[in-house]
Write a protein that binds this ligand. Structure first.
Ligand code: KPL
Length: 312
C-alpha cells in the first residue's frame, strides 16, 4: 500500500493526517504555509494526536502513492500546477472540496485519462489558533463518498468491480479508508457531488448572509428562498442528465441543516474570518451551468451577488 500525501494545512487535510497517524497509515503533509500547519489534533473523546513534521516542497511520488488535495476549489489550480512536474509516475490524485469545478481544473491540467478520484466528506473539523501554534479539532463524525470520474462508462458498480478494472484506484480508496474511515465508493460520484452542492447552495449563503447557525435556515422566513434555490438547482441538474426532484432536494437540505444544526457553515466561517468564500464554486457554479443551458436562475444569481457584496 502506498503513502498518503496531503496537500495544504487546512482543517480537513490536517484531520486526515492526524487520523492516518493514529491508524498507522504512512503519510506526509505538504502545507502551503509551514507556520500555520496544525501540530496536533484533538479528538471528541479528549485524546490528542501529534502530527509529524510537514514537508516543505513536493517530491516525485511513486504510482502506488495517493496525493489528496483537501483545498478550496479556487486554490486547486495553483496547487496542481506546483505538483504537475512531480506527477511523472501518475500517483492517484484525489480532489476533496466543497462546491464544483475541481474536475474541470484537474482534467485541464492532468488530462482526461489521469488516475483521479473525486470525494466529498461530511466529517467536521476546525483549525484553531492556540498559544502553542495551530491545532485541529474533530467537530463531527461523518463519512467520505468517493468515485472515479475518469473511468469509462458504464462506471464500475462496486469497489470489487473497480479493483478489477483499475486496481490502482481501488487501492487508493483502501488507503484513504484505513486513514480516515469510512470511505464509501460511489459508482455515480457526480450525483453525490451534486447532492452535496444542493445542500451547500442553500445552507452556506443563507447562514453567511444572516449570520446564523445551520439549524436556523429551517425557519419559515427562509422557506421561499430555500424552495427557490432547490427548484432552480433541480432544473439545472436535470438539464445535465442528473435525476433530482425538487421536493426531495429540499427535504435533504432540511435534514442536513438539522443534523449539523449547531455548526456555523464553512461560508459563514469564511465571512466571519474575512476569507474569500466558495460562492463561485457553489451558487456561482449553478448559475454558470444554468447560463450554458439558457435556464433562468434568479435566486442563485442574487445570492452570488449578495455574498460577494459582503464586506470581507
Ligand atoms: O458542508 C457544509 C459546509 O458548511 O460547508 C455543511 C453541510 C453546510 C455543514 O456545515
Amino acid at each position: 500500500m502506498g503513502k498518503l500525501n496531503i496537500v495544504g494545512g487546512g482543517a480537513i487535510g490536517s484531520l486526515i493526517a492526524a487520523s492516518a497517524q493514529k491508524n498507522g497509515v504512512p503519510y506526509d503533509c505538504y502545507p502551503r504555509d509551514m507556520k500555520t500547519m496544525p501540530s496536533c489534533a484533538h479528538w471528541q473523546n479528549g485524546q490528542t494526536t501529534a502530527l509529524k513534521p510537514a514537508k516543505p516542497s513536493p517530491i516525485v511520488l511513486p504510482k502506488s502513492d495517493v496525493l489528496i488535495f483537501p483545498l478550496k476549489v479556487y486554490q486547486l489550480k495553483a496547487a496542481l500546477m506546483q505538483w504537475l512536474p512531480y506527477l511523472t509516475q501518475q500517483p492517484t490524485v484525489v480532489l476533496l472540496h466543497n462546491g464544483m469545478g475541481g474536475l474541470e481544473v484537474a482534467r485541464d491540467l492532468l488530462g482526461g485519462d489521469y488516475p483521479l478520484l473525486l470525494a466529498t466528506t461530511s466529517h467536521g473539523a476546525l483549525k484553531v489558533s492556540t498559544s502553542n501554534g495551530f491545532h485541529v479539532k474533530y467537530t463531527g463524525v461523518g463519512a467520505t463518498q468517493i468515485g472515479a470520474p475518469n473511468v469509462n462508462k458504464p462506471s464500475p458498480q462496486t469497489l470489487t468491480d473497480l479493483s478489477q478494472i483499475v486496481p490502482q484506484l481501488a487501492s487508493a480508496i483502501a488507503t484513504l479508508d484505513n486513514a480516515l474511515p469510512p470511505v464509501q465508493y460511489q459508482s455515480n460520484i457526480l450525483k453525490a457531488l451534486w447532492t452535496k452542492l444542493s445542500v451547500n447552495a442553500v445552507i452556506n449563503p443563507l447562514t453567511a448572509l444572516h449570520n446564523i447557525q445551520n439549524k436556523h435556515i429551517a425557519k419559515p422566513e427562509f422557506e421561499q428562498s430555500r424552495i427557490a434555490i432547490c427548484d432552480e438547482f433541480t432544473q439545472v441538474a436535470n438539464a445535465y442528465g442528473l435525476d433530482f426532484d425538487a421536493l426531495s432536494v429540499h427535504e435533504n437540505v432540511l435534514s442536513v441543516a438539522k443534523a449539523t444544526g449547531e455548526n456555523y457553515s464553512s461560508m459563514h466561517q469564511d465571512v466571519a474570518h474575512g476569507r474569500q468564500t466558495e460562492i463561485d464554486a457553489i451558487n456561482g457554479y449553478i448559475v454558470d451551468m444554468a447560463t450554458k443551458k439558457g435556464i433562468p436562475v434568479p435566486e442563485n444569481t442574487l445570492l452570488v451577488e449578495r455574498v460577494k457584496a459582503l464586506k470581507l
